[in-house]
Design a protein around this ligand. Structure first.
Ligand SMILES: *[C@@H]1O[C@H](CO)[C@@H](O)[C@H](O)[C@H]1NC(C)=O
Ligand SMILES: *[C@@H]1O[C@H](CO)[C@@H](O)[C@H](O)[C@H]1NC(C)=O
Length: 406
């Protein structure tokens, strides 16, 4: 059904080239301000009047698709975010600025209702077993405004019945006072019960593994590869210079299953130009948390101006990632030859930043959220949000196929 609507399914997945390739995201939805599907206009007007809905405060960061639904997350960074986990019905809204529909319903999006709701969701994952994995950070606010009304909790939804089938709170030993987790990866093994999720602790510097079967988690702490590179904390995005020196692991991607039966998890600190790797054989084994230093591998640096945020790998082993610095300089080419796997990067429109990337397991193709740079920096560095709103780019087209090798 997606093909009929201009989705490009195959191009990206078959682009196995030994060199870097660039893809430009193609716009499908965009908003000046995000709109939510309130049950009726009276409730919407009430929410606007009371400040429960402040449209200019809502920014999408996560995107994932399943069937005719495109899931979108909106963190509660500021007041007035009525729902954090939402979706667009893509059959009903082919393009335009559709209302975001709370998932699975309004009640489950109540901030601070820890046991029954999601307070804040960042990146989310659909697995090949029809489940949606959502880490509730339990937080409201961002940076020094953050409060934690709820603990970090793994929530898993069955997308066939639209019901939550698992909630697991991360125990205190798996986090620390600096913990901030914005990215997750989901690893399906032999069958749907053989499932693990991995959580990148960006500011607490750790990697947390959760076993679906055991309903248990454990933490890999303080490997030096989880830390930012002190030489890579200076960012230049779209002509704006700023420092994010404290940023640890951000993006993660999982390879297809290798001959030994395990995947490889690739990860990068945000303040870094380097990618690291570890086998899920290690991550899945709770006894290896203290005894696995040499099982983590450092890959080559990507080259200059190569900070990345979200990433994902296709079933064919092609890694998709964004280069936030290079959106400002689309002509920059790579100085070093690429390490495996084959990699492809996604360009945002000039001056914007790709915030999230998603490839669905049913190979519908990649999706991205592109946000205006001014908004990103507003959240972190106090620069004002300009007029253009966020854009959703759940499909793509090649921009400069086969270029950018060294
Ligand atoms: C919080 O951070 C912002 C800048 O990010 C700063 O302007 C403000 O003073 C800080 N507030 C506190 C209470 O530290
Ligand atoms: C998983 O663990 C949580 C503890 O956070 C518990 O509340 C829940 O009932 C457990 N679920 C299953 C299926 O064992």
């Amino acid at each position: 059904m997606f093909q009929d609507k201009g989705w490009i399914l195959v191009t990206l997945i078959t682009l196995v080239t030994p060199s870097w390739a660039a893809y430009k995201l193609q716009e499908r939805y965009s908003w000046n301000q995000l709109d939510f599907a309130f049950p009726n206009t009276r409730l919407k007007d009430q929410a606007l009047a009371s400040g429960d809905y402040i449209p200019q405060n809502a920014l999408p960061v996560g995107v994932e698709h399943f069937g005719n639904r495109l899931f979108v997350t909106v963190p509660r960074w500021r007041d007035g975010i009525p729902a954090t986990l939402t979706y667009i019905n893509m059959d009903r809204s082919l393009t335009g600025s559709p209302e975001l529909i709370p998932y699975p319903d309004w009640r489950s999006n109540t901030a601070g209702d820890c046991a029954n709701s999601i307070t804040t969701a960042y990146r989310i994952k659909v697995d090949e077993c029809g489940r949606l994995w959502v880490l509730d950070t339990g937080t409201v606010g961002i940076g020094n405004t953050t409060t934690n009304p709820c603990p970090y909790a793994v929530n898993v939804f069955d997308l066939t019945t639209d019901t939550r089938i698992r909630r697991y709170e991360l125990p205190g030993v798996d986090t620390n006072p600096n913990t901030f987790i914005a990215n997750i990866a989901v690893d399906i093994g032999k069958n749907c019960d053989d499932a693990y999720a991995y959580f990148a602790d960006e500011l607490g510097y750790g990697l947390i593994a959760y076993s679906w079967e055991l309903n248990k988690s454990w933490r890999f702490s303080a490997h030096s590869y989880f830390f930012p590179d002190p030489l890579r904390g200076d960012f230049n995005v779209a002509g704006i210079n700023f420092q994010w020196g404290e940023e640890g692991i951000f993006g993660m991607s999982l390879s297809p299953i290798r001959s030994d039966g395990y995947r490889t998890l690739y990860f990068s600190p945000l303040a870094s130009h380097r990618q690291f790797a570890v086998s899920t054989r290690i991550l899945r084994d709770e006894t290896r948390t203290e005894d696995s230093y040499h099982d983590f591998v450092a890959l080559d640096e990507r080259g200059p101006n190569s900070h990345t945020t979200s990433r994902v790998m296709s079933d064919d082993g092609i890694e998709l990632f964004n280069l936030i610095d290079q959106n400002a300089k689309p002509q920059t080419s790579w100085a070093s030859s690429p390490p495996p796997p084959s990699r492809t990067y996604l360009h945002a429109n000039s001056g914007n930043v790709v915030s999230s990337i998603s490839v669905s397991t049913n190979s519908v193709g990649p999706a991205g959220v592109e946000v205006p740079k001014a908004y990103i920096f507003n959240q972190h560095n106090g620069i004002n949000y300009e007029t253009s709103g966020p854009h959703l780019f759940p499909t793509h087209q090649p921009a400069q196929p086969g270029v950018q090798d060294g």
